[in-house]
Write a protein that binds this ligand. Structure first.
Ligand code: PEP
Length: 252
């Protein structure tokens, strides 16, 4: 039985004061969080340490929005997996479409980061998804399959099973336009089949596959009750405690 993972990607929002204020609100609501869901927030790098400290004793996980794949060295401006692990980071988002679009992130770097995260015991959330043009051309599955094959190249089954995949159609991110629950579930099912071909159904059955793209309190239940969707990666709606809380508790 796969647990739901409800994750907030705060992106480049919230300074330290705003981050800690939002954390306080989430802490006050956390006693009422659905016990069947794991909850994760991903603040900006500079706020990770303080957010993690503030959450001590609370069952809210903390993730980074990116990291470098190298261990150490002359990589100005980068953050290593060991640095994240050292401050207690539990998850890392890898290959988000905004990083692919604006920062030249490609499947090869996604693959290196995925492996590096596992070496350090950080759970990677690998983002995949097609552009609107690709969907309209009918190549959305081919596009996503390619991202999966390259992203998981030479990744051991024991690591694949601990990797989270976020299916995020690019045309649905921050646009208010959500994939229909049928489209989202169809792709999640397809991704599971890709993993089954690469590894085995035993492994693919265990992998957490999230949907991301304009998830809000009022559409969360429809999406999160689909058979192959095991959670959500949420941008805008994770910046308001009450809205995020309602998504976590979509089942109630
Ligand atoms: C995201 O950033 O991963 C995302 C899904 O954003 P939003 O929920 O705002 O569409």
């Amino acid at each position: 039985m796969r647990r739901k993972l409800i994750a907030g990607n705060w992106k480049m929002n919230n300074d330290l004061d705003d981050s800690l204020a939002l954390v306080e609100e989430l802490k006050s609501l956390s006693g009422k969080f659905d016990k069947d869901a794991d909850v994760l927030i991903c603040p900006a790098f500079v706020n990770l340490y303080h957010v993690k400290q503030s959450l001590s004793g609370f069952d809210i996980k903390v993730g980074a929005q990116n990291m470098h794949f190298e261990e150490v060295g002359a990589f100005t401006g980068e953050i290593s997996p060991a640095m994240l692990k050292n401050i207690g980071v539990d998850y890392v988002i890898i290959g988000h479409s905004e990083r692919r679009q604006y920062f030249n992130e490609v499947d090869e770097t996604v693959n290196k980061k995925l492996k590096a995260a596992h070496i350090h015991g950080i759970i990677p959330i690998v983002c995949v998804g097609e552009t609107l043009k690709q969907r309209e051309s009918g190549i959305e599955k081919e596009t996503v399959k390619n991202q999966i094959i390259k992203g998981f190249e030479n990744v051991d089954g024991s690591e694949a099973v601990k990797t989270v995949i976020a299916y995020e159609p690019i045309w649905a991110i921050g646009t208010g336009r959500t994939a229909s629950s049928r489209q989202a579930n169809e792709m999640a099912y397809f991704i599971r089949n890709c993993l089954s071909e690469i590894y085995s159904s035993d492994i693919s059955d265990k992998v957490i596959i999230q949907y991301g793209g304009s998830v809000k309190a009022d559409n969360a239940k429809e999406i999160l009750t689909q058979s192959d969707i095991d959670g959500a990666l949420i941008g805008g709606a994770s910046l308001k405690a009450e809205e995020f809380y309602k998504i976590i508790n979509y089942a109630k």
